[in-house]
Write a protein that binds this ligand. Sequence first.
Ligand code: FMN
Length: 507
Amino acid sequence: MSGVVDLHRISRIANRLIWALTIAFFLAGWKIHFAYHFLTVFFLLLTVMNFFYRHVQTEHTILRNFGILGQARYILESLGPELRQYLFSNDTEERPFNRIERSEVYRKSKAVDSAMSFGSALNYDANEIKIRHSMYPTPKEELQPFRLTVGEERGVESAYTLTKPVMISAMSYGSLGAPAVEALGRGARMAGIPHNTGEGGWPKYHLMTGADLIFQMGTAKFGVRTEDGRLDDARLAELSAKPEVKMIEIKLSQGAKPGKGGLLPKEKITAEISELRGVPMGKDVVSPPYHAECRSPAATVEFIQRVQQVSGLPVGIKFCVGNLDEVRTLFGEMTKQQVFPDYIAVDGGEGGTGAAPKPYLDGFGMPLLPALCNVQKLLLEVGIRDKLKVFSAGKLINAAKWVHGLSLGADAIYSARGFMLAMGCIQALMCGNNTCPVGITTHDKSLQHGFDVEDKAQRVKNYVDGVDHDFEELLLSIGVKDAAELSPSNLYVPPASIISADVLGKS
Ligand SMILES: Cc1cc2nc3c(=O)[nH]c(=O)nc-3n(C[C@H](O)[C@H](O)[C@H](O)COP(=O)(O)O)c2cc1C
């Protein structure tokens, strides 16, 4: 067909040309000048490779049919994400975070003004949630500083007070390398916000930074487990006594892979990991999809109480919303036993992870905003909203998103990937491969080389300060004096939005 490039024909010509050039340069090297033999060697190598691709290997059809030129397809395919990111994708196209969203975080983390000109680059279409401003904005001096005390409902002696609406959400040492953990911790300390350890075990690197910590206990209870994977009370008590550890979080599930455990292969269990996680070397370790102690609503509530008693600290649970009847029953059981976690962290199905199977990443878990609306509704319905706090996580990376979360029932915001971006994450989507090009989710020293802990810690702080500043400005424009006053009425939720039914109370 005219106008169509015949790649097959081109490859046939190229394949012949390669060995023809090999012979030509060999003759030139023999008859004209020895230097031509360098080219002979080069083309000889290409000829051998070509022969191998076309006649020896059987795995790749393209290479068998097209020889060395077919290799270009594999090279271009592997470069595809980078080419799309840098050359072809427009500013609103990329996922999970588009370029506009990412550059706002980059600018905040570098303390650069993020004002834009001319108009919004987003689709100002009918589906987007917008914030309602007031005709009578609040005067700045009337704005109340943010304060949220977790554990006050139970009268816990060590109740913990947040003075900013955001916290660093769970990311374990393991999924992150040590320099990233250190930068997050140091940034958190400077910004005055707590740092969740994730489920990576004894928080050795987190403890070095002096930040306030929320220790997360995953289903394998790394760091505080008995040999058979149940809770080791003595170990938890020892950890809870550390002055840096302010709260304990029991992870029931997470948005990126709800209902799924994990496997730590024995090859990855170094002496350090074995020590921090409390697992033997030389044996695969299975993280079950559930806590052995939490096989029913009653047992789950009993377990929450046990952790509260052993730790003496505020204790929260984290989950991604799935079956609403199960959530309702769990809340009912709390009422029955008169035992309440000090907070519930709602993780949206859009949540991030170091690694998760694709069907779980893409196909499981209620998105954050409807999940929040439903949890809020159920807490009110069961009559226990005043017994605990609600945290929320799921792409809440800027001030407008904080307002969305806080208006729909959250008391505070968790962010994981916002902080990764603040540390320079370029969304290379390689967190699970140990090849993170910016040294965040890798343990490869040569890739960590370019990651300057001090600079990144400062960026973490700048990011918190920048978004918090924007958030306060938004509160003034909304016309409230306190973040606690936010409610769904502060949002314009178009009928086509994912949460219109939840907010408007329709089924
Ligand atoms: C690299 C990475 C590691 C994570 N590790 C954990 C973990 O150990 N435990 C957990 O509950 N969630 C973990 N998460 C999920 C986050 O804590 C958070 O719930 C989720 O990413 C949603 O927040 P975000 O949209 O702000 O990232 C991880 C996320 C990322 C990106």
